[in-house]
Design a protein around this ligand. Structure first.
Ligand code: APR
Length: 404
């Protein structure tokens, strides 16, 4: 290797270095740029990968309001669809909960996350923003001082060093920000003990609602994405490979759990994607270490049962942008000082509801054999009955289901 290949390229300092171009990093980048703050985003993946990666698709009213406030909601309004109904299917039959009709603003926007990310990226680049794709952040250094730096690997594999006044770790659960936290940082973890097989089917939605099937064989879920694409989830034996079953077998199992014989057939189509999701979660505490701030999945990982991840990411990005603006433009550090506590309040609330939802949808596998699982099934039936009959319970559900 020649000297120029091993020597570290030193980049010009920036005010804020953002790691990761997901919803958190791109919302933050847009808000900073609009306010005239100099920032750069380093993104490990390629531009195509960032744009095409299929993820969540349910945006809360508060997320839409944040995007509207900052001129980032045009795609959402043009192509997103409002949605406010979920249907629970159990062996006692099915019932629909029109949570969107229960409050002032309690409907979701169905808008695939990769479309949101594409919009955010276009806005950011259109506003003159800089993103370095195929650039992996390796570690954050000197976060406890006034001039933190980030070592990174450039697209050609060469090392580089960036310096900034602040670093925003929006690089997800396996990113450099998490790896660079000082000893003593607490990571609260929980494993719900459940695994989902996530499927993206090239098939139109089979019902005009989010479908939650609570079957003795395990949970199955149905979520519309677009008129041509539908997301399905199947509770899955942990340790079994995602490709262990044929498409035919998966559709047959979805039919059984969703009660297709009683409630109507599912529209079948090829699976464009399969992936396994262990329903695990964690919370990092605190979310600030000197000049390094965590947001989005880097700050807290949520099980996908209540689709809160992207919504929390957008909310935290707005809180962080406001705090950084205060510090950089007015020398007012109160926003930064309060950032961690403020976000943790939202995070724990989201974790609590996600945990409740996870327990509603699955029998916990770890508890006491057959007797334990009968007990769990009884609890689930009682929860569903309460949701079906109690207006107070429905209002609580609606507020938490769409809230962040
Ligand atoms: N250096 C640079 N970029 C990195 C690194 C790294 N070391 N590690 C990860 N990244 C990038 C990823 O490639 C990804 O584009 O950081 C980005 C993180 O984006 P997301 O994973 O989408 O996370 P976030 O922006 O926090 O959005 C919240 O919660 O439930 C999920 O689906 C939801 O993706 C959403 C997420």
């Amino acid at each position: 290797m020649t000297e120029s290949q091993t020597s570290r390229a030193l980049r010009a300092p920036v005010d804020v270095l953002v790691l990761g171009a997901g919803p958190a990093g791109l919302v933050l980048g847009n808000l900073l740029l609009t306010a005239g703050i100099d920032c750069v985003i380093l993104e490990r993946a390629s531009r195509t990968h960032v744009r095409d990666r299929a993820r969540a698709g349910f945006l809360a009213p508060n997320t839409a309001r944040i995007l509207e406030r900052h001129g980032l909601a045009d795609g959402l309004h043009r192509y997103g669809r409002r949605h406010g109904t979920c249907e629970f299917r159990t062996r006692d039959g099915r019932f629909r909960l029109d949570y969107g009709a229960l409050g002032e603003d309690t409907r979701h926007h169905v808008y695939p996350q990769q479309d949101l990310v594409t919009d955010l990226l276009e806005h950011y680049l259109g506003r003159g923003g800089r993103v370095h794709f195929d650039t992996e952040a390796l570690a954050v250094h000197d976060a406890d001082g006034p001039r933190p730096s980030v070592t990174a690997r450039d697209p050609d594999g060469r090392p580089a060093r960036w310096t900034a006044r602040y670093v925003a770790g929006c690089d997800g659960r396996h990113g450099a920000a998490r790896r660079s936290l000082p000893p003593g940082t607490v990571r609260h973890q929980h494993d719900h003990g459940v695994t989902w097989l996530g499927l993206l089917a090239e098939a139109p939605p089979s019902l005009d609602a989010v479908g939650y099937a609570l079957h003795d064989r395990g949970f199955a879920g149905h979520m519309a994405r677009t008129p041509q694409v539908t997301r399905y989830y199947l509770q899955w034996q942990r340790g079994t490979a995602a490709d262990a079953w044929s498409e035919q077998r998966i559709w047959d199992e979805l039919d059984i759990r969703m009660g297709a014989a009683d409630h109507g057939p599912l529209h079948r189509g090829p699976f464009r994607e399969r992936g396994l999701f262990d329903l695990t979660c964690d919370v990092i505490e605190p979310l600030r270490h000197g000049s390094l701030f965590l947001a989005g999945d880097a700050a807290s990982l949520l099980a996908p049962a209540a689709a809160k991840g992207a919504n929390l990411a957008v909310l935290e990005a707005e809180i962080l942008a406001t705090a950084l603006l205060g510090a950089l433009t007015r020398g007012d550090a109160t926003g930064l000082d309060g950032y961690s506590d403020r976000c943790l309040e939202h995070i724990w609330k989201a974790q609590e509801f996600t945990g409740w939802m996870t327990r509603l949808l699955h029998s916990a596998p770890e508890t006491g054999g057959d007797a334990g699982s009968f007990f769990q099934a009884g609890l689930r039936r009682s929860r569903i009955a309460s949701l079906r009959t109690s207006r107070i319970h429905q209002d609580w559900f609606a507020a938490n289901y769409v809230g962040v």
